[in-house]
Design a protein around this ligand. Structure first.
Ligand SMILES: *[C@@H]1O[C@H](CO)[C@@H](O)[C@H](O)[C@H]1NC(C)=O
Ligand SMILES: *[C@@H]1O[C@H](CO)[C@@H](O)[C@H](O)[C@H]1NC(C)=O
Ligand SMILES: *[C@@H]1O[C@H](CO)[C@@H](O)[C@H](O)[C@H]1NC(C)=O
Ligand SMILES: *[C@@H]1O[C@H](CO)[C@@H](O)[C@H](O)[C@H]1NC(C)=O
Length: 393
């Protein structure tokens, strides 16, 4: 009886062996690309327990099951012949990116985030036109972003933030019509903003060295755009009315640039706006506070701190706190004068629900008992330089 069982087992297992040999295997050029990918990574940076540590080319990468080899890092097409994603774990792999990756022509996902890859992106990568997700976030990649980036027309998400990319961006990214999320923050990019992908929802280009103005041609037709993060660059000029009126806009961070003015636009236009938060702090904005910001119905956070604004705090700002949803209001570090609307300081009143600061201005009677009035106002001598010897307090 046990002999019979043994024979049966033998039969079954040889059938399985046969089947696995008949089963389609990974395309040789895909295997070569994976071999080259692993070979260009310093072996000392590949822990044995990591995804790449499990890659053993004595076995077929795509053939199932993946019990102890190729346990992670890749996924393959249903017929096990092509590699469709290369998503490695964040364990500190250190190496360069092989140009042979371009042989993985069915690749839809390439994610190498939070490792120590360095060097330039080989231009052949930009022939991978099936690519939908490209994330190289938090590595040490350098060099330019070539115009052939615009060949990746299937791209939906691009994240190359926290690297050392230099140079200017391609003049237009309008061919990237599937791209909804783009994060190029914390690099060393220069030049002006390109014409942006038309269906973008989230744009992040924080902490680079971009210059030039916020030009309407870059944002033309971007009806889906919800989030714009351009802080800590060298952008200049006017922030114009059309920008705030982009139809889906919700969050705007333009802090730490060199913008000089905010355009006042016609009231009423903002009635359908989705705008929730605006940060224009640490710029060189001059003139009076933009009163019409208060006409954006959903606006709940406004930061205009450390600019060169002068004149009074508009009663409309107080009204927006009292009647609507304004919850954060940072106006400190300007040259605002006059008496702030008293409603802000009524203990327990609706005006006191706001978090923020009016400090470091030229305000008269900002009660020290209110958190809003911290830090203290500028010295009179400094305010006189702006308002003359008879400040209109
Ligand atoms: C790959 O697997 C083969 C067969 O099990 C084994 O002999 C070899 O040592 C393995 N190679 C590595 C690098 O683990
Ligand atoms: C990008 O597309 C252009 C035009 O089709 C082509 O000439 C170029 O070789 C492509 N670049 C890459 C890296 O595939
Ligand atoms: C802007 O600059 C200020 C002062 O230099 C700094 O404290 C702040 O972290 C910066 N914010 C951003 C978003 O870069
Ligand atoms: C916008 O809303 C305000 C307040 O509800 C209203 O008075 C004004 O007429 C509206 N403007 C337009 C252009 O619809």
């Amino acid at each position: 009886m046990s002999n019979f069982l043994f024979l049966l087992l033998l039969c079954v297992s040889s059938v399985f062996l046969l089947l696995s040999q008949i089963q389609a295997a990974t395309l040789p050029s895909d295997i070569n690309a994976l071999k080259a990918f692993k070979a260009s990574i310093n072996p000392n940076s590949i822990p044995s327990w990591s995804c790449l540590g499990s890659w053993n080319f004595s076995f077929d990468p795509c053939s199932l099951p993946h019990r102890s080899y190729f346990v992670c890092g890749i996924s393959c097409s249903p017929d096990s012949t092509r590699v469709t994603s290369l998503v490695v774990d964040p364990v500190g792999y250190s190496g360069t990116l092989t140009p042979l990756l371009s042989q993985l022509t069915q690749l839809t996902q390439l994610e190498l985030s939070d490792n120590s890859f360095y060097g330039t992106i080989p231009s052949s990568i930009f022939s991978l036109t099936s690519l939908e997700i490209l994330s190289l976030r938090s590595n040490y990649f350098s060099g330019n972003i070539p115009p052939s980036l615009t060949n990746l027309t299937s791209l939906q998400s691009l994240d190359i933030s926290n690297n050392a990319f230099t140079g200017t961006l391609p003049v237009t990214l309008s061919s990237l019509s599937s791209l909804t999320s783009m994060d190029l923050s914390f690099n060393k990019l220069t030049g002006s903003l390109p014409k942006l992908p038309p269906n973008l929802v989230q744009l992040a280009l924080k902490a680079n060295s971009l210059s030039g103005s916020l030009s309407q041609s870059s944002f033309e037709g971007l009806t889906q755009l919800e989030v714009v993060e351009l802080s800590a660059n060298r952008l200049t000029g006017d922030v114009q009315g059309w920008f705030f009126l982009l139809p889906s806009l919700q969050q705007v961070d333009l802090a730490n640039n060199s913008f000089t003015s905010v355009e006042i636009w016609k009231p009423g236009n903002a009635n359908n706006s989705e705008l929730v938060a605006v940060d224009l702090g640490f710029n060189k904005l001059e003139g009076y506070l933009p009163i019409n910001l208060a006409s954006f119905p959903k606006l709940s956070a406004v930061t205009l701190r450390y600019n060169r604004f002068r004149g009074p705090i508009p009663w409309d700002y107080y009204k927006k706190v009292r009647d609507q949803n304004l919850r954060r209001l940072f106006l400190d570090g300007n040259f605002l004068n006059g008496k702030p609307p008293a409603g802000f300081f009524v203990a327990g009143g609706s005006g006191s629900s706001v978090v923020g600061s009016f400090g470091d201005n030229c305000l008269a009677s900002c009660p020290a008992s209110s958190q809003l009035c911290l830090p203290s106002q500028k010295p009179t001598s400094m305010c006189r330089q702006v308002y003359g010897h008879k400040p209109s307090l």
